[in-house]
Write a protein that binds this ligand. Structure first.
Ligand SMILES: NC(=O)c1ccc[n+]([C@@H]2O[C@H](COP(=O)([O-])OP(=O)(O)OC[C@H]3O[C@@H](n4cnc5c(N)ncnc54)[C@H](OP(=O)(O)O)[C@@H]3O)[C@@H](O)[C@H]2O)c1
Length: 334
């Protein structure tokens, strides 16, 4: 079982083995002197917050990590899906994407997922990725998203050139497009060291059957799939299969590209969400995802560093158990 999941069950939740202080509490703590801060932590203990090791709190420890199966490498459990801030570079510049990456790095995050865009956009993004504090801190995942072998190779060459990298951490075939053409090339990249890991992505149920078939024959290092408290179907077959076959799992669409927030905008967060250290609807879906032991890392896409920080906090503290997960699904089934 994964280290983040192996701890004791605690009244309908699973302690991930990490201690959590809420954003609000952290802001309050910043106002206190060191001596009153210690006192405050003791008071929090009295309020039921798990603080067995008070020094290990959100904001003071790096994001929890999970092992990439079959390796001795681990990844922090929250990553950045960079599509929106990268596509907005022509209008908003590079500052927003740089700011969300830096927020991720500040909290010990590493995984930044991207796709090939226009050469102009990727040249700008490549300059961000070359910034000294970003360059060596991130685990870069990119994709081929074109059907033909020839254009796939051109995309990879563009990525290597504009991102200034001879080695890409993870190269994926996006939405299984052109998979038969691209996969031998990706295997060559892995053999030559140009890619450290190779994988495939889907973001829709319609590709699940093909994904499952490929997982059984293609031996990808990673599968990257849509999953959330509303889009739960991956837990039927894809996630157990990934566990059986020892594949890393990256999750997209935790917020269904933002439409999730439309479904919860007029609802109060259930008070029992506090039982698994959840204080926002964003964390509600992320905690649901992270409760599954197959998951290596959840991508959250955002242009907003505060949203990034809120999402990162979901990586700390307890996660819901199976009974609570059913209760969470029920919130959306009416
Ligand atoms: N086939 C594929 O390979 C594929 C397909 C889809 C996605 N992906 C990957 O997955 C990543 C995630 O994309 P997604 O479509 O799945 O997006 P998502 O993370 O489900 O949703 C993104 C939306 O949620 C909003 N958001 C994020 N955090 C929030 C918070 N704490 N509070 C309120 N709103 C918040 C963002 O708006 P703000 O900017 O305002 O925060 C944005 O509009 C992509 O960037 C990409 O890397 C891959």
């Amino acid at each position: 079982m994964l280290p983040a999941m192996q701890d004791q069950k605690m009244g309908g939740i699973i302690d991930q083995g990490f201690d959590t202080v809420t954003l609000l509490e952290r802001k309050k703590m910043a106002m206190f002197s060191e001596s009153t801060r210690r006192e405050f932590l003791v008071q929090l203990g009295g309020l039921g917050v798990i603080l067995s090791q008070p020094q290990l709190v959100f904001g003071q420890q790096p994001l929890p990590t999970r092992m990439i199966p079959g390796t001795d490498e681990s990844l922090p459990v929250i990553g950045l899906g960079s599509s929106k801030p990268v596509l907005e570079i022509p209008t908003e510049g590079t500052e927003p994407v740089a700011a969300v990456i830096r927020m991720l790095l500040e909290h010990g995050g590493r995984l930044v997922d991207t796709s090939p865009r226009t050469p102009d956009i990727d040249a700008e993004f490549g300059r961000v990725l070359a910034e000294p504090d970003i360059r060596d801190g991130i685990f870069l995942a990119t994709k081929i998203n074109t059907p033909s072998e020839e254009t796939g190779i051109q995309q990879l060459e563009q990525t290597e050139r504009l991102f200034g990298r001879r080695t890409i951490d993870l190269v994926q075939v996006e939405s299984l497009r052109g998979l038969q053409s691209h996969w031998p090339r990706l295997q060559e990249m892995k053999d030559s060291g140009a890619a450290r890991y190779i994988g495939v992505t889907v973001s829709s149920y319609r590709n699940f059957d093909r994904l499952e078939a490929f997982m059984r024959t293609g031996s990808p290092d990673f599968v990257h799939v849509n999953y959330s408290v509303i889009e739960t179907r991956a837990e039927e077959r894809i996630l157990p299969l990934a566990q059986d076959l020892g594949m890393g799992v990256i999750i997209n669409r935790p917020f269904m590209n933002g439409t999730y927030f439309g479904q919860v905008s007029d609802r109060e967060l259930p008070p029992w969400a506090a039982d698994f250290d959840c204080e926002s609807w964003a964390q509600f879906s992320l905690k649901y995802i992270l409760a599954h032991p197959a998951i290596t890392c959840v991508l959250t896409e955002t242009t907003n560093p505060e949203h990034m920080e809120e999402n990162i906090q979901a990586g700390f503290g307890r996660v819901p158990d199976q009974t609570t997960k059913q209760r969470m699904r029920d919130v959306f089934s009416g």
